[in-house]
Design a protein around this ligand. Structure first.
Ligand code: SF4
Length: 333
């Protein structure tokens, strides 16, 4: 494993500084999953909840059993890398580095992370990652959405939370997650998210984020934490999406502000309770039904070749084509 420390601008082969060292690739990790208590998942995040909403069988295989593609497709890795570089940008600025030096360090990090992108998507390569970071930071160099801070002065980026929800079957449920960035913009508090896409950054693209399980979870958490932590001084007004269009020879950026009302967030709590009760029913029955309506969405489910075979072959096919890695919603990033 290699790490890049953007503060000292050094690469090392072992972890030296857990605050600043950035791992240059993700290894599959198997560990005890503290999100579960026996058959019950008690700590939910948008990944596990969206998997269950999409298809209970997909949820069982990815979240409960931990089967994942390895290495991850570049469609996933590119977005994770971009988020990491932007997190480091805000941390370096808050630490006191000037923008020119911070840009050089972020460009270097993008190049190092980009080495691991598998070369199957021409718009998601090392070169396009570096270009995307440089152009984005050039466009938003003097961003008027200002990142809020924690009490120690560090910026509210990749803000991890765990909050209690309702009880289901006598078990306390929790919501966990990591908010990309919390900002103050024109006198209001917003949560921010970066979204990469090959598509045009039009009304249809921004319409994908309302309704959205992930965004509603973040806003619900921000609403509950508002006023109790320095990073969220007031009730959040809504969401700011930074859309990032990825082309082979270009990038475009567009920012959209999407308001959310208290009524909308309260309805999300009712929906959450309904989904968690359904998951509890499946756990009780030890049965996670497949949802054929989801198999062909978004280019096709990664398990489609398995589900189209007889169940007698499923276990062997999972072991041959996937790698186990524990998904723990509470793990800080
Ligand atoms: S292929 Fe279809 S049934 Fe199978 S896990 Fe995926 S969505 Fe579910």
């Amino acid at each position: 494993m290699k790490y890049y420390n953007p503060l000292t601008n050094t690469v090392s082969t072992s972890l030296q500084d857990s605050t600043w060292d950035c791992p240059l690739w993700e290894e599959p990790t198997i560990s005890e999953n503290t999100a579960f208590d026996g058959p019950w998942q008690k700590f939910w995040d948008s990944v596990s909840l969206s998997a269950f909403q999409t298809c209970p069988r997909k949820y069982e295989w990815t979240v409960r059993q931990g089967w994942h593609l390895f290495p991850q497709p570049s469609t996933l890795t590119f977005g994770i890398d971009f988020h990491k570089v932007l997190e480091i940008w805000h941390k370096l600025l808050a630490h006191g580095l000037d923008k020119e030096t911070a840009l050089l360090r972020c460009t270097k990090l993008a190049g190092l992370l980009g080495e691991q992108l598998i070369a199957n998507r021409t718009e998601r390569t090392k070169e396009t990652l570096v270009r995307c970071v440089v152009w984005y930071l050039d466009q938003f160099k003097n961003d008027n959405a200002v990142t809020t801070t924690r009490p120690d002065g560090t910026p509210a980026v990749e803000y991890s939370f765990t909050i209690p929800l309702m009880e289901v079957n006598g078990e306390q449920m929790f919501l966990s997650g990591h908010i990309d960035r919390i900002v103050e913009f024109m006198g209001e508090v917003y949560i921010c998210d970066y979204k990469t896409t090959k598509s045009a950054l039009n009304e249809q693209f921004f319409g994908n984020f309302k309704p959205s399980t992930q965004i509603s979870n973040y806003l619900l958490a921000a609403k509950i934490m508002a006023g109790t932590i320095s990073a969220i001084p007031r009730q959040p007004k809504g969401l700011i999406i930074d859309g990032i269009q990825l082309g082979v020879n270009f990038n475009r950026f567009n920012r959209s502000v999407i308001p959310f009302s208290t009524l909308e967030i309260n309805e999300h709590i009712n929906d959450l309770e309904g989904w968690l009760k359904l998951a509890a029913l499946c756990a009780e029955a030890e049965h996670w039904p497949g949802n054929p309506a989801s198999c062909s969405n978004y280019g096709g489910c990664v398990f489609k070749s398995i589900c189209s075979e007889t169940p007698a072959k499923w276990e062997r096919m999972l072991e041959s084509n996937f790698t186990k890695s524990t998904w723990d919603p509470r793990k800080s990033r």
